[in-house]
Write a protein that binds this ligand. Sequence first.
Ligand SMILES: [Zn+2]
Ligand SMILES: [Zn+2]
Length: 268
Amino acid sequence: MKQYLLLPLFLCVMIIMDCGKGAKPAALPVLFRGDGVFSQWDGIFSYRVGRIEVYILVDDSTNVFLLKADGKNILIDTGLGVRLFQKLEKLDVAADQVDTVLLTHLHGHHIGGLQKDGTTLFPNAVIYLAALEHRFFTETNVNAGAVAALAPYGDKVVTFEPAELGGTLNAIVPGIFPIANYGHTPGHTVFLVEDSDDKLIIGGDFLHVPQILDYAAANNIPIGGMHFRYPGIGTVAQNSETYVFNLYAVDSAEQIDTLFARQGALSP
Ligand SMILES: [Zn+2]
Ligand SMILES: [Zn+2]
């Protein structure tokens, strides 16, 4: 028997289909699930891409990804910044131990943890984002909050040119490659994490431009997203009408399939 739940996200609606029990993948142990209270939107989950440790910090409706690679602490986005620091503390990562912050784009709920009252919250981090994204938001000033979030970092804001999908990849830090996924915002970027033949694509609000989903499905690459229901990571497949997003199961939770309509319904 199938149950359908509507799950509102910031800019899209996904339809969750409960399709029965599934086994917990051995690679995805649960570290925390809130404070003993089952919560859809709270938790820390771990994953591994080769030697790269990936932690998914679920914070309200926006996830943050922490990657540990070559002794470095790398964040992808900073979410709302509400419980981010509490979760980093649980992982014994102090804010001044974050070396790198990679940004998918400059919407407020992805950069909320960058600064407070004009002071950096990651004082030793270098902030990376796509040149086009930086240029659009700083030159148009369409979102003063985005400019303010970057300002305290000064020349520690570094821009890059992400590769075209299927093009030659260039790593920002070893094993992490930006890929252009422009559309949701002018410079929206996803990051391919790759090590030892393992791969994972991490994106922000990338459902609006589904070519990356075609790529992930065709190449059998798991995807992680900032607004995916916990644990925030899974695989995607497609049929003629829909993409089927198969969230990894956690603990003894049921395997959840998420269906969402293709391109037309995804456009903002
Ligand atoms: Zn966005
Ligand atoms: Zn978003």
